[in-house]
Design a protein around this ligand. Structure first.
Ligand code: AHR
Length: 482
């Protein structure tokens, strides 16, 4: 088929916030220990204990914001055990119960953010922590002077760090809270009073309330009614599954029908954003409160031979197509979705990077973020995703260029796209494609470049239109000067 995209009369509208390309890193499996933190004495090249290869790769995709320390883990995390000389190891009872050294704590997280150039997004422990513990943490991070600033200086960091985003609780409706939306709303109203910035020169903190479990529209309705006046964002988590929760398929070696079922599942993001957005608009018609999709991605069966609690999964061209489709869905709802954080950056779920000892590989999903970074803070012209259509896309405008990303979700058929622009366009200054022949093509430590970006040349430009041929299961990004 040929899809005609006519944007001749379309004007640039909403900004495509860079925060839509955020990441999430939790203390889970080897997500932090091994994947990011190797320690200062490691043989693996590191800067103050943080892997250099991982930092270099993350800098390249311009990670705008990094959520930490969980997830479920945030519900058992007591930050004071993870600072200074004498750290108290902790049992990670959220994820398999292993004993963790706590060597990666607040100072190391902010160092990581600074090394990769990302802003910070802290999720505070509302389930087993206290307001006092949280206020000490916020003071430790942001106060220029005072007792917590002195403690921070004693631990090697004189100046306050910059903090903007704070999540108040995580999945409080689930295992770590069992709260009703009414109870959570009341608790949120109390806790948020003390979510304070201690540095008068910095902007007030952006407060994110705990949002619904997938399609729990009642949660959204109640929390918006009772507490939205005190929040800047409401979170939403949705993971793509190939089947029911307890029948998750594997990341590789799957049946062709599992491509379709995963695509069906991730496309529900469009529906969930729309439906939660309706409930939010009822209480907040101008969308002052943003939807913060701070956990999303494909959740597949853990790789054979790995610890099921560590959520380690391979990453294939299928995941790349799902990531591009999801980013296009976020772009479509850019007036409502203020941030999104894929789960998770390294070694966990739909990761950008996999490590094995000193070795590191980039996943197909990484390359999607590498292409989509050009949309960061661009002006949206049109984004499209529809369940019945194999093609979805984002077209934006920045610095006199069109940025065009198109995804062909069809696992077998190639498709064509014609885009009619408002005026004459020029030869692309950037033109890349991600494609693979097999449905589960992936990078391995033996074959680390099996799936990677290639120059894309299968197009023609004639005056004001672009005609592009898209291979099956492919994603293309082009920067086209006007
Ligand atoms: O990302 C893995 C887990 O998924 C998070 O810890 C939790 O918030 C969610 O259920």
């Amino acid at each position: 088929m040929t899809k005609i995209i006519d944007i001749q009369d379309k004007k640039a509208g909403t900004k495509l916030s860079k925060y839509l390309q955020g990441q999430f890193s939790e203390h889970l499996g080897t997500g932090i220990y091994g994947g990011i933190w190797v320690g200062k004495d490691s043989e693996i090249e590191n800067v103050r204990g943080i892997r250099k290869d991982v930092v270099d790769a993350l800098k390249e995709i311009k990670v705008p914001v990094l959520r930490w320390p969980g997830g479920w883990f945030s519900d058992i995390y007591h930050w004071k055990d993870g600072i200074g000389e004498n750290r108290r190891p902790l049992f990670n009872t959220s994820w398999g119960g292993s004993l963790e050294s706590n060597e990666f704590g607040t100072n190391e997280y902010f160092d990581l953010c600074e090394q990769i150039g990302a802003e910070s997004y802290l999720n505070v422990n509302m389930s087993s922590g206290t307001i006092h513990e949280m206020t000490d943490w916020l003071e430790y991070i942001t106060a220029p002077v005072g007792p917590m600033a002195e403690l921070r200086a004693k631990n090697g960091h004189e100046k306050p760090w910059k903090l903007r985003f704070v999540g108040v609780g995580n999945e409080e409706w689930g295992e770590d809270g069992q709260m009703t939306p009414e109870f959570y709303s009341d608790l949120y109203r109390l806790w948020q009073c003390f979510v304070r910035q201690y540095d008068a020169d910095q902007k007030p903190l952006f407060k994110v309330g705990c949002g619904p479990n997938i399609d729990d529209f009642n949660w959204t309705n109640v929390v918006m009614e009772k507490a939205s006046q005190f929040m800047d964002g409401l979170s939403l988590h949705h993971y793509g599954l190939t089947d029911l929760w307890d029948k998750k398929g594997y990341a590789t070696g799957f049946e062709p029908k599992e491509w379709d079922s995963l695509l069906y599942s991730i496309r529900k993001m469009d529906y969930f954003i729309h439906e939660h957005g309706l409930r939010m608009a009822h209480w907040d018609p101008d969308h002052r409160v943003k939807l913060i999709v701070d956990e999303w991605g494909d959740w597949l069966h853990n790789d054979p031979g790995t610890n099921p609690a560590h959520l380690r999964q391979q990453n294939t061209i299928r995941d790349a197509v799902m990531a591009a489709t999801t980013l296009n869905i976020f772009a479509k709802h850019a007036d409502l979705v203020g941030m999104a954080n894929i789960a998770q950056t390294v070694n966990v779920l739909q990761s950008m990077i996999l490590t094995d000892g000193k070795h590191m590989i980039l996943t197909p999903t990484y390359y999607v973020f590498d292409m989509y970074k050009y949309h960061q803070d661009a002006d949206l012209i049109e984004a499209y995703s529809d369940n019945g259509d194999p093609i979805n896309y984002t077209i934006s405008e920045k610095d006199g260029n069109y940025i065009v990303s198109v995804c062909n979700t069809d696992k077998e058929q190639s498709n064509n796209v014609t885009i009619k622009f408002a005026g004459k366009v020029n030869k692309p200054s950037y033109s890349k494609v991600l494609h693979a022949d097999e449905i589960d093509a992936c990078n391995t430590f033996d074959d680390p470049e099996h799936v990677k970006l290639a120059e894309y040349q299968d197009y023609q430009i004639k005056d004001n239109s672009l005609e592009a041929a898209l291979k099956d299961k492919s994603i293309v990004t082009m920067i086209i000067p006007k």
